[in-house]
Design a protein around this ligand. Structure first.
Ligand code: MN
Length: 241
């Protein structure tokens, strides 16, 4: 039986009357053997903490997806001039999801903004704009097809990612202008770009709690190792009682 996997969606910033999700997140979960369930951010329910905890108790895995920037006040900073659009409804919903997942040790694959949400939920911070804040950084927000790997990463030996890739380096796609820093307590860097930007984090002492800054869902149709990341995640979800 396929394990139920929550996939977080984006919502309309003004009215919350519509949701959106790139279908490849759910397709990659399904291709890896999971049963994706799209979760809708909402403030109409008031405090979402209880609903989110119930949702997480039904599911056996969580995918936090890509999207807009996180409100800097949530990690104790003022907004940088290069900050992009923000969505406070989605921020609150996904922070609650991330906290519930950590509390329940629910296997979690956090992608791009999802990794940043996971890091903020665990008490870490973000670089609000790589280009203006990281001297010598290379291009991380590429005008390129989503399936195209454009920069290399070094993978930390012994990490889950190293097991998935079977080696200590890889090429990844890149569509972000923010980055994780500092890494939250309890998490470790699992991969970095050549310029030092954090490209993956993992929570020690967890079934499977991995954040990646690239978009494996966009590579999964063409790259066995990208799909393998979803497979390892789904295998961990299958292990949840
Ligand atoms: Mn990158």
């Amino acid at each position: 039986m396929r394990p139920l996997v929550i996939v977080s969606a984006d919502c309309d910033n003004e009215s919350s009357d519509s949701i959106k999700l790139q279908a490849d997140y759910a397709r990659a979960v399904y291709a890896a053997g999971g049963l994706p369930l799209v979760a809708v951010p909402s403030m109409e329910c008031g405090d979402t903490t209880e609903a989110v905890a119930e949702l997480c108790s039904l599911a056996r895995g969580l995918v936090l997806t890509g999207g807009p920037d996180i409100l800097p006040g949530l990690f104790g900073e003022e907004p940088h001039p290069k900050l992009g659009s923000v969505n406070p409804v989605r921020d609150q919903f996904e922070l609650a999801l991330a906290r519930a997942a950590m509390q329940a040790d629910l296997p979690t694959l956090a992608i791009c903004r999802g990794m940043q949400i996971l890091n903020v939920a665990a008490g870490g911070g973000l670089i609000q704009d790589i280009e203006s804040c990281v001297p010598g950084a290379h291009a991380h927000r590429m005008a390129a097809p989503r399936w195209l790997p454009t920069h290399s990463i070094s993978v930390v030996p012994g990490s889950i990612l190293c097991r998935v890739f079977g080696r200590d380096s890889a090429m990844v796609n890149s569509f972000h202008h923010q980055a994780v820093h500092p890494v939250a307590p309890g998490f470790e860097v699992a991969a970095r770009a050549g310029d030092g930007v954090v490209e993956a984090i993992e929570k020690a002492e967890s079934r499977f709690m991995v954040g990646v800054q690239w978009h494996p869902e966009a590579l999964a149709g063409r790259s066995p190792e990208a799909l393998n990341l979803f497979r390892e995640f789904v295998i961990a979800a299958q292990g949840v009682c």
